[in-house]
Each structure stands twice: as structure tokens, then as C-alpha cells.
Design a protein around this ligand. Sequence first.
Ligand SMILES: [Zn+2]
Length: 340
Amino acid sequence: MSDPWAGRLVIPGAPDGPPAGTTLAETLEGFLGWQAARWPRLARARDALAGVRVWEVPVGRPACRVQWNPDRTLSTTARVDPASVAARPCFLCPGALPEEERGLAFGADAVILANPAPILPDHLVFVARAHVPQAVGAALPLLLAVAATLGGRFSAFYNGPRCGASAPDHLHVQAVRGGVLPAERAAVDGPGPDDRLLVVRPDLTAWSLQGQGRPALAFQGRADRVASALGVAVETLGQLRPDAPEPLLNLLAVGRPQGVLALLFPRAAHRPACFFDEGPARLTVSPGALDMAGEIVAVREEDFQALDGSRVASIFSEVSLDPGRVRALEDALARRLYDG
Ligand SMILES: [Zn+2]
């Protein structure tokens, strides 16, 4: 059978391909410019992102940011119930990509694409070559490989199929420019004095960030140790709702000189009640990993104007795991990581 990705993949440094950098991170920056020059929709989106209005809301340290980004309307309001997903062509499969879109191979099983509706600069999507469902077990190795390969130049992230992924039917992780997201900046130097330490070992530190207005667990250390600790965390979180196919969560991972930093945001709901409100209380906010990491996307101007600190805090509290269960998760994790 012919490869459905043939004709979509380009080779860095080839005559008809993007420039080759000395690292993959550098190649990807070149690829985005090359792709934008050949895909007017991406070029317009990149220009629009540069002018996007942003303000800070006093939630967390560093403070969260709210951006007004109407280009995200399709993703934010995407219907992700199984019937709606089954009724549309998969927009991450090569057959349905826009004519101009090209990709780079990432290992044998994934392809790197430009996200045509970026939330932050250098927004990429790493899609599995095969049309297989979005699932944390399959996404974790891909997420950590992306983070470890790209170093700190990019922040990789995962949206669960019921926690922000607008393509729950096709395995993918994403990445944006590194060092920008408030939660990443809060964790990158290791646990702060107010954070709750869960385990400190020579090759792994795990802690729970405090004072951020939403629960977040951090894991820093050797990539394989972080991978297994995240596996334990996902399993422990899953035990809280054994009937669900996978726990509700978002993940963020960034390469560090000594390994990888990963953040896990345990969730209780995909969308806050205000998303479904028919009246003036409606706020079209549908949190995924980037919102949880402190870059909150508002697609309508009235939402952007309305999203102050107290509304953001209340949305975070509604879509996050409740403090009692978070505490139970932390206790269980501390025991299991200490024993392991
Ligand atoms: Zn697909």
C-alpha cells in the first residue's frame, strides 16, 4: 500500500525543502517560515498572532495571561463528542490537509506540521502517521521524545481526548516556543519554598506547585525517570475514576540540560459551565494545556474583556480536580515514587 504521507513530507536542506538547521529546533523555526511563505493562511495567522491583544490576570506566579484570539474559534468551539467526530473528515490525516500543507518526518511514526491557528509563536503539531485515537499511554513517549529532542527552545504539550484536544480521534501532541508559559516559568528552577515536595531522588524530583490557582504536579529529572513517574501519576489519577477510559489531564514537557521537566494538570471537567451558558454569562473558554499553563485563550472580545482574575480563578477551580482529591493524589504519588 502506498504511504498516504508521500507527497506531504519535505526534507530539510533538499532543493525544494526548508533550510536545514544545526539542530531540529533550529530546523523547525526555518520550516515554519518556509511553510508560511507557501501557505497564505498560515502567514496571515502568524501576522495576526503578532498583533493579538493580551493582558495579565492576577492568578498564579508568574501571573496568567489572557489573549483575545478569534482565529481559535474553530478549535475552542469544536464539537468533540463521538458522533460529531465520526461525521467529519479527520483534519490530521494527510488526505484532508489543506493543499499547501507540508510536514517533516519525526522518527518513523510521526510527522511535524505547522498549526494554522497558533496560540503562541512557533506552534507545531506532532501527529502520528497512523489514524489512531488520542490516548495518554501512546502520547507520553511521543511527548517526552519531542521535549528531549527540542530542548528548551520549545514546550511540548498534550491535551487529553476530553480535555482540550479538538482531534480526539487522531494521536498528536503539540509544541510552542519554550520559556513563555507562566507555569513552565514557575517550575523551571525546581521547587520553590512554598511548593509541596513529593519525592527528591538524585535523578528525579517531584513536587506540587502551590499558590498557582490551579493544581499542577511537576516532575524534573532524567527523561526515563520522568517518563515512569508520569506513568505512575496517570495510573494513580485513573484510579480516582476507574470507569473512565483515561483520566482527565493535560501535560506539558520541556527539555532541560539535565533531562526533562514535565507538568501534569489533573482535571475534573473539559469545559466550565459558563461555556454552555446561553445568556450574557457565557464565556467561550475551553481550557486545554496552554490555558492550564497560564495562557488563556478568549475567542470573543466580550470574553476577553470579562476574564478578570476572579473569573479565571473560578474557571480553573471548576475544570481542575478538587483540592481533596489532589491531596490524595499527591500522598499516593509520594508513597509510590518513594517506594519505586
Ligand atoms: Zn486521522
